[in-house]
Design a binder for this molecule. Structure first.
Ligand code: FPP
Length: 255
């Protein structure tokens, strides 16, 4: 796959910019990332899928630093979906859980030192006890940090989150909103979602929170994703017109 821009990548809106409805805006506050392509990367290099995931975890580590340096305050990454958890061979799921455990053990002090607040969303109660314990310890260790919220979605599915929220809502006081029953009610909406690996879909990731997100689909396989690829996504985001259902300025002024 080349690094050339695809139509789906095309950022900005020159016509809108000319008409004065789009102006460069700030970096996203909340970035969501679908880290896709580990398997294909491995396949192309005659390596095992496990090696692809291991390289993917290194890129996640680097990405966290690039995002923090750019002043983005929240990043949520799809590490394991409920569908992956149920449908992938047990061996691959076990490898990913083991990789997560190694990542948490080797990274948590550094996350804390960098002022990163680690959080997790998903059906974590279904994970092995040891994984759950490591996740809880890392969340507790870093919970006072403010430089970046790094949230991993593990055994996460958007429909599962909505189903769980409805169950919680039914047992809540009257007046409670569905949003209050999501895994993290205080999580801000996603501003920009990046998916690597060339697929153009959302795969059940954060359906509630991405309702108004700008989408960036990169052809680059996740293990090859670089700081320049992140900057390309941010640059295109900065030139998008965000309206949230409102009329563009030139149209509302004409009323
Ligand atoms: C999709 O690639 C990726 C995953 C299912 C796992 C994503 C996980 C990582 C990037 C590393 C996770 C980090 C930790 C800390 C656990 P794929 O296997 O579906 O790739 P393919 O579409 O090329 O087959």
């Amino acid at each position: 796959m080349t690094r050339e821009e695809t139509p789906a990548d095309a950022g900005g809106n020159p016509a809108a910019e000319e008409a004065g409805v789009s102006s460069p805006h700030d970096s996203p506050e909340h970035l969501a990332v679908i880290m896709d392509g580990n398997g294909r990367w491995a396949n192309r290099q005659n390596r095992s899928r496990a090696e692809g995931h291991a390289r993917g975890a290194e890129v996640l580590r680097d990405m966290t630093r690039w995002v923090r340096e750019r002043g983005i305050s929240q990043m949520t990454c799809y590490a394991l979906s409920t569908e992956n958890y149920l449908e992938r061979p047990r061996e691959e799921v076990d490898f990913l859980l083991d990789l997560l455990a190694r990542y948490l053990r080797s990274e948590r002090e550094e996350l804390d030192r960098l002022g990163i607040c680690f959080r997790v969303i998903g059906r974590t109660a279904e994970l092995p006890e040891e994984t759950g314990k490591l996740l809880e310890e890392t969340v507790a260790l870093t919970k006072q940090n403010r430089d970046l919220v790094l949230r991993l979605a593990i055994n996460y599915g958007g429909r599962a989150e909505l189903n769980d929220a409805v169950t919680r809502l039914q047992n809540s006081a009257s007046g409670t909103q569905l949003k209050d029953c999501l895994y993290e009610p205080e999580m801000p909406d996603v501003d920009l979602l990046i998916r690597s690996g060339g697929e153009i879909r959302l795969s059940n990731f954060l359906p509630w929170q991405t309702s108004y997100a700008e989408l960036h689909f990169s052809p680059v396989l996740w293990p090859d994703f670089t700081e320049a690829d992140l900057d390309q996504a941010l640059d295109q985001y900065s030139r998008r017109t965000r309206r949230f259902g409102r009329l563009p300025a030139w149209d509302s002024e004409a009323q």
